[in-house]
Design a protein around this ligand. Structure first.
Ligand code: NAD
Ligand code: WQD
Length: 346
């Protein structure tokens, strides 16, 4: 398939490009590089190319809010589908700058899907998040679990965009909408050439751990050890980014007319492993597998955090034939392999 990948220079987008090329698809990337580096795309090309055949990935530095620029890209290329990663994703920043998050994520997506439909491209895979479940009413979380109250504007953009895309599909049966609700992506491509490259102080656990390991931060703060979990620290469903990338390739089958005959062509999948690991499980696995010490101290709970969040991923397995292959040891090994080789990122 010919696929438009928005946000393709980012963490999950760059890993997905590799799996798309491996599966024989053609991808065109648009990204405004607000949270990424173009070097990621050079490295993707290096990984998917070979001595016999160099690969260059068509890239446009385009903002999804820029209708004219999008029009130009759609006039130049035919797309069968769009995998839509582009968006701002920092939870804390979204509390400080709600307008910027709504304008970028919702405004940008509205412009993108309008240009898509004008050009007859009505297949979209949207990067949603476990955050739409709020404080989930069931664990493990199935896709039938009701959506909840988000604790920040970032989460609301995901929840609202799900609703917007579902409504568009309901009104126009030519659309097929796939909502992938990611759990906690970590790890990196096993080559160590691409990985997560956060700006400034990392918000998320794994990049914080790797920056402590590489000596950029003194110690990890563990946000709370009094949760109702086995060791008192928060439990999450960490998923290797290469598994997550592959879930997008698997989800492309939703666009075949043979896939599940039904009028409702919105498909929702949890993308996680189904395993819950605590903060200390992750720290201990990192130390054991990589032989690097991670000093930490217990800090107060972080506002908005929940105790436990992991999914039941069986719907993706039964309908898409996708399941995670990498375990916790692979995740901590590959996260460290990337950070060790690229202490300053790209
Ligand atoms: P990322 O920041 O690495 O990638 C997002 C990319 O989108 C970046 O390259 C950024 O430059 C680009 N972008 C942002 N706004 C844009 C705009 N207006 N126009 C064009 N490009 C724009 O983030 P990621 O971790 O790769 O996440 C990808 C998607 O998955 C995001 O939508 C994110 O919200 C979602 N998601 C991420 C996680 C996670 O923990 N990483 C979890 C659930 C969902
Ligand atoms: C994981 C655990 C923290 C950092 C966030 C978003 C969510 C999704 C994924 C996009 C928690 C603890 C963390 C640290 C810590 N993103 N922690 N010290 O909060 O589960 O999910 O990213 O959609 O929307 O909310 O991920 O990696 O921040 O935290 O103790 O320095 O690690 O308290 O228990 P989270 P995280």
């Amino acid at each position: 398939m010919n696929i438009l990948v928005t946000g393709g220079a980012g963490f999950i987008g760059s890993h997905t490009l590799i799996e798309l090329y491996k599966a024989g698809h053609i991808a065109v990337v648009i990204d405004n590089l607000s949270n990424s580096h173009p070097e990621a795309l050079n490295r993707v090309a290096e990984i998917v190319g070979s001595r016999q055949q160099a690969v260059s990935i068509p890239f446009y530095k385009v903002d999804i809010r820029d209708r004219d620029a999008l029009e130009k890209v759609f006039s130049k290329h035919h797309f069968d589908a769009c995998i839509h990663f582009a968006g701002l994703k920092a939870v804390g920043e979204s509390v400080e700058k709600p307008w910027e998050y709504y304008e970028n994520n919702i405004g940008g997506t509205l412009t993108l899907v309008d240009v898509m439909r004008r050009h007859g491209c009505k297949n979209v895979i949207f990067s949603s998040s476990a955050t739409v479940y709020g404080d989930p009413v069931e664990i493990p979380i199935t896709e039938n679990c009701p959506k909840g109250q988000c604790t920040n504007p970032y989460g609301w953009t995901k929840s609202m965009l799900e609703q917007i895309l579902m409504d568009m599909q309901k009104a126009d049966s030519e659309w097929t909408v796939v909502l992938l609700r990611y759990f906690n992506p970590v790890g990196a491509h096993p080559s160590g050439r691409i990985g997560e490259n956060p700006n400034g102080i990392p918000n998320n656990l794994m990049p914080y751990i790797t920056q402590v390991a590489v000596g950029k931060r003194k110690e990890l703060g563990v946000f709370g050890n009094d949760y109702p979990t086995p060791d008192g620290t928060g439990v999450r469903d960490y998923i290797h980014v290469c598994d997550l990338a592959n879930a997008h390739v698997a989800a492309l089958q939703c666009f075949s007319q043979d896939f599940k005959h039904s009028d409702n062509r919105t498909f929702i999948y949890n993308v996680g492993t189904g395993n819950g690991y605590s903060v200390l499980d992750m720290v201990n696995a990192f130390v054991r597998v990589n032989g690097v010490d991670i000093p930490y101290s217990i800090k107060p709970r972080r506002a908005g955090d929940i105790a436990t969040c992991y999914c039941n991923p069986s719907k993706a397995k039964s309908e898409l034939g996708w399941q995670a292959k990498y375990g916790i040891d692979d995740m901590v090994r590959d996260s460290w392999n990337w950070q060790r080789q690229n202490p300053e990122g790209y």
